[in-house]
Design a protein around this ligand. Structure first.
Ligand SMILES: [Zn+2]
Length: 262
């Protein structure tokens, strides 16, 4: 807890210092061929969309980028980074055409995972790849830049830090980051989802699951971790965890395994 407090304080100071130096202005952005090329080269999800949906996806990304500032802290933000952040934001809510991230103003990119940046001497500390701010950092998301990039450039793994953090933000819109996305999931599925989360977390803890063990931390992490799996390797999730796949389909109103099989 102390580490977290120190960390938040350090980030807060860095954030204040940055904002004093430079006033926040979010420029409207045009969607260029450069963005499109990065999507086509790296974002499997985008490539499997029908052409009409590709245009919709680009428009949603463009809208997102005109509302949310992306800032490098001790690192330069590239075109790729902007595309990856926006794609991470749109993928989980693509089926919700009116969705807006009203609870986000800025994404901060760090050159490393945070325990290297904010080492407090506790060797047990696990690297933090991303987080959604609280308190003074309300409306801010922090991401490890290498981890954000790895999520899209590595095509075979089940991890995607950007998607993970945006799913926390989505989870947060109903008031609690608790793994229960009440704004997305119809009431009738909430209890089955809770039961399935408990069962799946038990399997992870017993070493009987291929789901990233970080998902057993708590229900909020479980939702974020399985959402990464759902969007990164939907075919594999559907084969190994059909029940989980079906409920995630109800959460996100998407069937990425079917889209990928086309
Ligand atoms: Zn998390």
């Amino acid at each position: 807890m102390q580490i977290l407090a120190l960390f938040l304080f350090a980030v807060f100071i860095a954030f204040l210092a940055y904002n004093l130096k430079k006033k926040k202005i979010v420029e409207p952005v045009a969607f260029t061929n450069g963005y499109r090329a990065v999507l086509a080269d790296n974002v499997v999800y985008y490539n499997q969309l029908p052409d009409a949906d590709k245009v919709k996806f680009e428009n949603r990304m463009q809208q997102f980028l005109s509302q949310v500032k992306i800032t490098g802290v001790g690192t330069a933000v590239t075109l790729e980074d902007r595309v990856f952040v926006a794609a991470s934001a749109i993928i989980p809510i693509f089926a919700f055409s009116n969705w807006q991230y009203n609870n986000l103003h800025e994404v901060l990119l760090y050159p490393e995972s945070f325990n290297q940046e904010f080492n407090t001497g506790n060797e047990q500390a696990k690297p933090v790849l991303g987080m959604v701010g609280n308190g003074a950092l309300q409306q801010v998301m922090i991401l490890s830049q290498p981890s954000l990039r790895e999520g899209f450039t590595n095509k075979t793994h089940k991890e995607n830090t950007g998607i993970h953090e945006f799913v926390h933000l989505i989870d947060k819109t109903d008031g609690d980051v608790d793994g229960m996305p009440e704004n997305l999931l119809d009431k009738q599925y909430l209890m089955p989802w809770l039961d399935l989360m408990n069962k799946s977390i038990k399997e992870i803890l017993a070493g009987e699951s291929d789901i990233n063990p970080y998902g057993a931390t708590n229900k909020a992490e479980f939702l974020a971790v399985v959402a990464e799996y759902f969007f990164e390797r939907p075919d594999l999730l559907q084969a190994k965890h059909p029940e989980l796949y079906l409920l995630l389909e109800q959460v996100f109103k998407q069937d990425p395994a079917k889209a990928m099989a086309k």
